[in-house]
Design a protein around this ligand. Structure first.
Ligand SMILES: NC(=O)c1ccc[n+]([C@@H]2O[C@H](COP(=O)([O-])OP(=O)(O)OC[C@H]3O[C@@H](n4cnc5c(N)ncnc54)[C@H](OP(=O)(O)O)[C@@H]3O)[C@@H](O)[C@H]2O)c1
Length: 243
C-alpha cells in the first residue's frame, strides 16, 4: 500500500532550472499533500498540481506572505534561487581585486545570502516540533573555504561561504526546539542551466548534469540525511564538503 501524502513542501526558485526539476519530482513523488512552487514573477507558468506563489528575495514581505499561505505542516523547504551573473545589471564573477564593485557585491550577497536567510527566518519557526522536517539551500562547492584552491569569483564565493555559515548557525539554533529537524546546504554539481551556461566549457559531458538528474541526486541526498548531519554541506553524491 502506498504512503498517504501528507504535509507541505515549498520550493523557492521553482522557475529556475534546478528548482523546476525539483518541483516536478516532488509532484511526481506524491509524498506531499501540497507542493508550493515560488517564482519571482506571478505571471510565470507553474507546473500542474503545484500551488504557485510569487516572491522576491529582496522583499521580506513577499517571503512572509509565502510562508503564511501554507496550511499543511511544513516538512520540506528547498531554496533553489541563486545569482552568479546578470548581464543587464552588469554582474559578472570577478577574476581579480580590481573588478570588485560594492554595488555588485551587495546584490550578489542580497540574493545568495540574505534572501535565503530571510526564508529561513519565516519558514523554520513553522516546522512541526518533534517531527522530521528539512530545510535545504542550494549552495556551491566554491563556497567552501577549505576547498578553495583557485580563488576568483569573489562575491559569489563569499556569498555562498556566508550562506554555509548561516546554515550551521540555524541548525544549532533550531536543534534546541526541533531536535528532528535538519538544515543543510547542497552542492548540485555542474548542472545545465542559465546560471552555468557561460562556464560549461571544459566540463566533460558526463559531469554536466541535466536539471532532472540533479534534482534526483539532491532529493536522494536529502532523504538520507539525519539530524546528526544538520548544519553541514553535502555534494550531489551525498559526500560531505569541507567547511
Ligand atoms: N547550475 C550549476 O551548475 C550550479 C552549480 C553550483 C551551484 N548551483 C546553485 O544552484 C542554485 C540554482 O541554480 P540554477 O542552475 O537552477 O540557476 P537558474 O536556472 O538561473 O535559477 C536561479 C533562480 O533564482 C531565481 N532568483 C534569482 N534572484 C532572485 C530574486 N532576487 N528573487 C527571486 N528569485 C530569484 C531566478 O529567478 P529569475 O528566473 O526570475 O531570474 C531563477 O529562477 C543556485 O543557488 C546556484 O548557485 C548551481
Amino acid at each position: 500500500m502506498g504512503e498517504v501524502p501528507s504535509g507541505s513542501a515549498m520550493v523557492f526558485g521553482a522557475g529556475g532550472a534546478i528548482g523546476r526539476a525539483l518541483t516536478a519530482r516532488l509532484l511526481a513523488g506524491g509524498r506531499f499533500a501540497e507542493v508550493h512552487a515560488g517564482q519571482r514573477r506571478a505571471d510565470m507558468a507553474s507546473l500542474p498540481g503545484a500551488i504557485p506563489f510569487a516572491f522576491e528575495l529582496t522583499d521580506e514581505a513577499s517571503i512572509v506572505a509565502a510562508a503564511g499561505q501554507v496550511s499543511a505542516p511544513l516538512r520540506l523547504v528547498i531554496v533553489a534561487t541563486g545569482l552568479l551573473h546578470d548581464q543587464q545589471r552588469g554582474i559578472v564573477p570577478e577574476k581579480s581585486l580590481r573588478a570588485l564593485d560594492a554595488g555588485v557585491m551587495a546584490q550578489v550577497l542580497a540574493a545568495n545570502t540574505i534572501g535565503p536567510a530571510l526564508i529561513a527566518k519565516h519558514c523554520l519557526p513553522r516546522f512541526p516540533r518533534g517531527e522530521r522536517a528539512v530545510f535545504a539551500v542550494l549552495s556551491a562547492r566554491v563556497g567552501s573555504i577549505g576547498d578553495n584552491r583557485l580563488g576568483g569569483w569573489h562575491s559569489y564565493r563569499a556569498s555562498k561561504a556566508a550562506l554555509n555559515m548561516l546554515v550551521r548557525n540555524f541548525a544549532i539554533e533550531l536543534a534546541r526546539s526541533h531536535p528532528r529537524a535538519i538544515v543543510a546546504a547542497l552542492h548540485p554539481g555542474t548542472v545545465d542551466s542559465r546560471l552555468s551556461a557561460p562556464f560549461q566549457r571544459g566540463v566533460t559531458p558526463r559531469k554536466l548534469f541535466s536539471p532532472d538528474q540533479a534534482a534526483g541526486h539532491l532529493l536522494a541526498v536529502l532523504e538520507g540525511l539525519t539530524p546528526a548531519d544538520s548544519g553541514g554541506q553535502f555534494a550531489w553524491d551525498g559526500a560531505r564538503i569541507a567547511d
